[in-house]
Write a protein of this length. Structure first.
Length: 240
């Protein structure tokens, strides 16, 4: 198919990609506003929005909402390794990425049936729930929604929860995880996730469900993470 054929949004996405490849836009640069692009290409803003959706799904741009929002050119996507026991923030920091973890929620609640099953405790037992937003190189990429048996981590909600939780578990309670199991499934963003990740419902997300064990097999953490599919890559290393 020639560049002049195909849907209008695809041609616009191809044109913008060519400009990024030609270094007309550098990582961190803001793209022209939807209105300006619509005028340039002679299309409706909805068509431009479809093109930007495509570029976002391809991992070339990120989008932010609000007064300082817009579409921004991304650099190389950070790589998250599921086969490493250390958390995503430690992985990325060790590779030179700027990371920041913001606590969105920290509370003690009764365990739901699902959480109790995952943590191997009784439904209704108290659990510490911590929801955090991980930002990498100024781009929000991940929401972690984690649960811990409250009796195993007394005073957890009074700790510095912006740091690595796995390091905190080891240093404060000698409960450093040594094994984890994760499952990944695609999904779409809830309103809460749209607000904090700066995405719409058109961008697929990856939902990562994890249980982490300490030595001896006790489950210390159950987590439901939500990862932007456009802002990071996942790597799995298998040894034979």
């Amino acid at each position: 198919m020639s560049p002049s054929s195909g849907p209008a949004y695809s041609r616009i996405a191809t044109a913008i990609t060519a400009r990024i490849d030609a270094k007309q836009f550098a990582p961190g640069d803001r793209l022209p506003a939807e209105r300006e692009l619509a005028q340039e290409f002679g299309v409706a803003r909805m068509t431009v929005r479809q093109a930007l959706d495509q570029l976002q799904m391809d991992g070339l741009i990120g989008r932010k909402r609000g007064r300082t929002g817009g579409s921004f050119v991304l650099g190389s996507r950070p790589i998250l390794e599921l086969t490493r026991i250390d958390g995503f923030r430690l992985q990325l920091s060790s590779r030179g990425h700027q990371t920041d973890s913001t606590v969105l929620l920290a509370e003690e609640i009764p365990a739901s049936a699902l959480v109790a099953t995952r943590l191997q405790i009784t439904e209704g037992d108290p659990v510490a729930r911590i929801v955090r937003l991980l930002t990498v190189d100024a781009t929000p990429i991940l929401i972690e929604d984690s649960y811990f048996p409250a009796h195993s981590v007394p005073g957890m909600l009074d700790q510095d929860l912006g740091r690595s939780v796995h390091e905190l578990l080891g240093e404060q309670w000698s409960l450093a995880p040594v094994r984890k199991k994760e499952t990944i499934a695609p999904g779409v963003a809830t309103p809460f996730e749209q607000q904090h990740l700066g995405v719409g419902t058109s961008l697929p997300l990856l939902r990562i469900h994890r249980v982490a064990e300490i030595a001896g097999g006790q489950i210390i953490e159950y987590s439901e993470d939500v990862l932007r599919s456009d802002a990071a890559s996942i790597r799995v290393v298998t040894e034979f």
